[in-house]
Structure formats: C-alpha cells, structure tokens
Design a binder for this molecule. Structure first.
Ligand code: SF4
Ligand code: SF4
Length: 206
C-alpha cells in the first residue's frame, strides 16, 4: 500500500523553486557574477615578496648592533653584559678583553636568532642603546647556520636598517605604506638597499 504524504502549498512552491534553480545552474551563475564583479574592484592582497608593508616603528624584528652615527669607527657597546644576562633564551653572548689603559674591548658579539623570542628585553636594558630591534622579519633560510650572527653581521644589519629607515623617512613612508623592493636585497644576508631599489607602491593615508 502506498504511503501518502501531505505536501503544503509552501513546500510545493519551495521545491519547484529549487528545481528551477538547478535547471538554470543558478549557483554557478551567482558565483560567476561575483567573480565578474571582483574584476572591477581594487585587490586587497599584494604581490609578496616584491611588495611589502612598511613595518610599524616599534616593530620588534631582528636584533642588531648599531654604532654611534657621529663616531662610526667606534663601538657603542661598552661590554656590560646586561643584554646577555637578561636574555631569557640565552641567545646572546659576548667576548671581551682588556685593551690599552685597561679599557674593555668588545672582541666579538654573538646572536643566535634560532633562539631569539623577539621579546626586546636586550634592547630595553642596554644602557647605551647599542642594540636595536630592526624591522626585518624575513629570516627564512636553508641552513640554521645562516641565523648565527657575529658582531660584524649584527653591525651590518644595524647599518642597513638605519639606511633603510632614512630612505623611507625621506620618501615620507610610514606604517601601512606599501613598498616594492628586489627580494634578495631585503634579506638579512644582503641587507643593503639603495634609494633607486626601493620604489613606493602606495603611500599610507595621512
Ligand atoms: S630579543 Fe629577547 S630573546 Fe631575543 S636576543 Fe633579545 S633578550 Fe634574547
Ligand atoms: S647591554 Fe648594550 S652595552 Fe651592554 S653588552 Fe649588551 S649591547 Fe653592549
């Protein structure tokens, strides 16, 4: 014996609607319409790594050493070892000796970026502002050895960061601006960048 089901007028209408939608590929048309509309809207994504954001001023990126801009041949670091002691992950080490007049000489400085937490404690505690957190966050590499920095590498990174900041300030670039750079020139391994190599993709709104 057949089973009869009571179908209300509303149910019948909605199933007819469903059938019509299926017949005319309504969902596909809707999707294509959305795609078509997006062709005329401004993209919200960017072509990283060619294009990238200018990082905020207080960004805690790669740790670097800087020298006094007025005395570029002299170390700003006085070898107090406060940064080494405060580092929670033991990422820093320093090698000092006594030079002429019993002055402390910084023979080498070591940073293991594989251990760094980007906490910024070393930068905060440095009494002479010899350490900085740069805006560099692109630290991917093929070998962990590339993330071990000595004094020379840290000074290079700090020097390149200062140069970059200077160029960006001169161009009036700030947070939320988009810049275009050659990717290889932006990494910690080849940090130097010239004004010509940095193009402004879009400036942040004032
Ligand atoms: S940022 Fe923090 S974890 Fe990294 S080296 Fe400095 S103190 Fe150590
Ligand atoms: S805290 Fe500053 S001055 Fe002291 S050893 Fe570290 S970098 Fe040098």
């Amino acid at each position: 014996m057949g089973v009869y089901k009571l179908v209300t007028y509303q149910e019948e209408k909605s199933s007819l609607k469903k059938l019509m939608k299926q017949m005319f590929f309504w969902e596909i048309l809707q999707g294509m319409g959305l795609t078509f509309r997006q062709m005329f809207t401004k993209p919200i994504t960017m072509r990283y790594p060619e294009n990238k954001w200018v990082m905020p001023e207080r960004m805690r990126g790669q740790v670097a050493l800087v020298r006094d801009p007025k005395k570029p041949d002299e170390d700003l670091c006085v070898g107090c070892c406060l940064c080494v002691r405060v580092c929670p992950s033991g990422a820093l080490d320093i090698l000092t000796s006594r030079g002429e007049d019993n002055q402390k000489v910084i023979d080498d400085y070591f940073l293991d970026m594989t251990r760094c937490l980007f906490c910024g404690s070393c930068v905060e505690i440095c009494p002479v502002n010899a350490l900085v957190n740069t805006d560099d966050y692109e630290l991917s590499c093929y070998s962990k050895d590339d993330l071990l920095f000595d004094k020379k590498a840290m000074l290079n990174t700090g020097h390149a960061w200062r140069k970059r900041i200077k160029i960006m300030q001169a161009k009036g670039l700030k947070e939320q601006s988009v810049i275009t750079v050659k990717p290889a020139k932006w990494t910690s391994q080849k940090p130097d960048i010239t004004e010509e190599e940095l193009a402004v993709a879009s400036k942040a709104k004032a």
